[in-house]
Design a protein around this ligand. Structure first.
Ligand code: AMP
Ligand code: ZN
Length: 635
């Protein structure tokens, strides 16, 4: 039956122009304008009359695909009408995405015109608001429909009132030609030239063109993710947190803005509250990785972003990942191509804009060698040898984490014994401190680890090439160096200070000197170790005691896209106390203190929804103003 023609149409995947998990875009078979698409849900929803509030997310997805198809075709959103017919003729809910020229041989009847140019056409927003308010959309009465169909013709672009449809069509063609003549960024000219261009292309050019289109499609992926609840770890009204698809470190998330902002260079000072909010979400996702201190995360933007949507990286600084495959991957996080959050924030506050990095400069930075380790002085022209080196850092940190975890559990146990003298320690608590297996379950609180040594054929570490001697790089044997020293006055179980233990300000101790060959094989084919991982003189205190504005001042003196972590100056953080919130980000380490935003209502943090099905992460607490505790206040 003709009523089911659309359902039949979408059963053929070849007709799908773009699709998402829940919806499809096809071309209208009888287009009533130069461009006419239909967006349909995959779910069996027959018409708008079936919709309720519950369908609002779906409706949003249809709308998103509508904007995608316009974009993918290189057209302009403002030239389109997007909505539903109040009295649809075909089954399966469908959203019309139609260009407003209405120049088409299929537009044959006055009825066609009036179904798009009177109240018989229900714009997307109207239907959405109606559902929000009334939870359903009611059919118009036959009388009203009849009256609307009889509405006298009137041009949609000027006041012209033609006597009949042929006159209107002639007139509409005139509008279209005029626009083409203006040779502006009007869709009609664009459509023609794009098509013409493709026709004129040779096979190679066509191939290139196809590639470009595919890339553009990929660039749009991030936008789709915003509506894909499956991928969302944290959601607020303004942004979502998702796991990076190709994580470049063990923990790699993106905070993606919901507003249609292409990238960091499109921000203005008006967006500072949004940045504040995105930072709040970043803090929350870092908190959830409770075995990784926040100082081990970098937060910032790609100065030369690929994705077509503002997104902020929250990435652990191990850069230990199988997806780190190219020099440009490394450089995009470890050169001026990465713009730390604070830098972006300050530039927006002071200059009101962030200038895009030039293509030339960006290309140069992407391929820049040698590659410098972000954790010591090591450098190498080869990514593979840097990766082998990063592995040793990762290994030693992992070892420290294990030791810390074991010590913590013993200390906790001792605490419990102290609180209740009669209490017997739980057997489970004891075994927690002892069992290697249980300790290694710590990762249930984080995303799956990108284990480099897994048996993936793309894994450069598979089989561990002997020339890098990874197998020989044993984890550093310095137990308890980083174990917390819980000194509770009057606690009989408190440990005595270690012999020769120096007292350092801010609670950190420089790393001990390590044997020269500690982190690598005796002969290294590539790369230079300069004083590998040795302490480098006094470390600057983590929090400046100078007035807050000096922190910012020193930042302002940095080059436009300053390297994030000046080698040799990695500040150490004070020991983190148990149960404390992650520390305030370090100004020199990208996660710097934000100037408090007067526009941000700190009493009412945005409502967040958290999808517990997504990961094993356990939601802790909502962001509170305390999240900024310890950050210098900028005036
Ligand atoms: P409506 O009046 O809102 O139900 O619109 C139905 C739309 O589907 C019209 O714009 C038709 O041109 C279009 N249409 C009808 N048959 C097909 C088909 N087989 N494939 C694609 N579009 C179709
Ligand atoms: Zn007109």
């Amino acid at each position: 039956m003709w009523r089911f023609n659309l359902i039949k149409e979408i059963s053929d995947k070849g007709k799908w122009i773009i699709s998402s998990d829940v919806a499809i875009v096809i071309a209208d078979k009888y287009p009533k304008a130069q461009q006419h698409f239909l967006v349909l849900p995959k779910a069996d929803i027959s018409s708008i009359f079936e919709l309720t509030r519950e369908h609002l997310p779906l409706l949003e997805e249809l709308h998103l695909l509508a904007s995608n198809i316009v974009e993918v075709r290189g057209l302009q959103w403002k030239d389109f009408k997007v909505g539903f017919h109040a009295e649809p003729s075909l089954e399966r809910l469908h959203l019309h995405v139609i260009s407003q020229d209405f120049v088409s041989s299929c537009l044959k009847k006055k009825k066609h015109w009036n179904t798009y140019n009177t109240e018989l056409f229900v714009p997307y927003e109207v239907l959405r608001d109606k559902l929000k308010a009334e939870n359903s959309y009611q059919r118009l009465s036959p009388d009203v429909i009849h009256a609307l169909l009889a509405t006298p013709l009137c041009c949609n672009q000027c006041d012209f009132k033609p006597r009949n449809l042929p006159l209107l069509k002639e007139h509409l063609e005139q509008h279209l030609q005029n626009k083409s003549g203006q040779n502006k960024s009007v869709i009609y000219t664009k459509i023609e030239t794009a098509k013409d261009k493709i026709n004129k292309m040779d096979a190679k050019e066509k191939n290139e063109h196809k590639k470009e289109q595919i890339i553009q499609n990929i660039r749009n992926e991030l936008k789709k993710k915003i509506n894909d609840k499956e991928h969302i770890l944290i959601e607020s009204d303004q942004a979502v947190v998702v796991k990076a698809d190709y994580p470049k470190a063990q923990y790699h998330f993106r905070v993606v803005a919901k507003a249609d902002i292409a990238d960091v260079t499109k921000l203005t000072a008006d967006h500072l509250p949004l940045l504040d909010h995105m930072m709040d979400l970043a803090v929350q996702i870092m908190e959830k990785q409770d075995h990784v201190p926040s100082r081990n995360f970098r937060i910032g933007f790609k100065a030369d972003p690929f994705w077509d949507r503002l997104n902020m990286h929250v990435i652990s600084d191990d850069f230990y990942s199988m997806s780190m495959k190219r020099i440009r991957h490394w450089n995009s996080f470890n050169t001026e191509l990465f713009m730390p959050f604070q830098q972006a924030y300050i530039m927006l506050s002071s200059e009101g804009a962030i200038e895009p990095i030039s293509e030339e400069e960006s290309e140069k930075l992407k391929l820049q060698v040698p590659l410098h380790c972000n954790q010591c002085d090591f450098e190498s022209p080869l990514l593979l040898s840097l990766k082998a080196h990063l592995y040793t850092h990762w290994q030693s940190k992992e070892h420290e984490r294990q030791i810390k975890k074991q010590t913590d559990s013993i200390v906790k146990l001792l605490d419990e014994v102290k609180l209740d003298d009669n209490a017997q320690p739980l057997p489970s608590a004891i075994s927690e401190g002892q069992s290697q297996q249980e300790v290694s379950t710590e990762n249930v609180y984080g995303p799956p680890i990108n284990m480099m040594n897994q048996a993936n054929i793309n894994n450069p570490f598979r089989g561990t090439p002997p020339r890098f001697g990874i197998a020989a790089a044993a984890p550093p044997q310095r137990p308890f160096v980083n174990a917390p020293r819980h000194q509770r006055p009057g606690n009989p179980f408190a440990r005595a200070p270690r012999p020769q233990q120096k007292v350092y300000p801010y609670g950190y101790a420089p790393r001990p000197q390590l044997a020269d060959n500690h982190f690598g094989p005796p002969s290294r084919p590539y790369g230079i170790h300069r004083g590998n991982m040795q302490p480098r003189g006094p470390m600057p205190p983590r929090f400046s005691t100078a007035p807050a504005n000096t922190v910012f001042a020193s930042f302002n003196q940095q080059p436009r896209f300053a390297p994030n972590n000046p080698p040799n100056q990695r500040p150490r953080a004070p020991k983190q106390q148990q149960n404390q919130r992650p520390r305030a980000p370090n100004p020199q380490q990208n996660q710097g203190p934000r100037a408090p935003n007067p526009q941000q209502n700190q009493e009412n943090p945005p409502q967040l929804t958290y999808n517990p099905n997504q990961t094993n992460l356990i939601p802790k607490h909502k962001p509170t103003p305390a999240a900024n505790a310890g950050q210098p206040a900028a005036k």
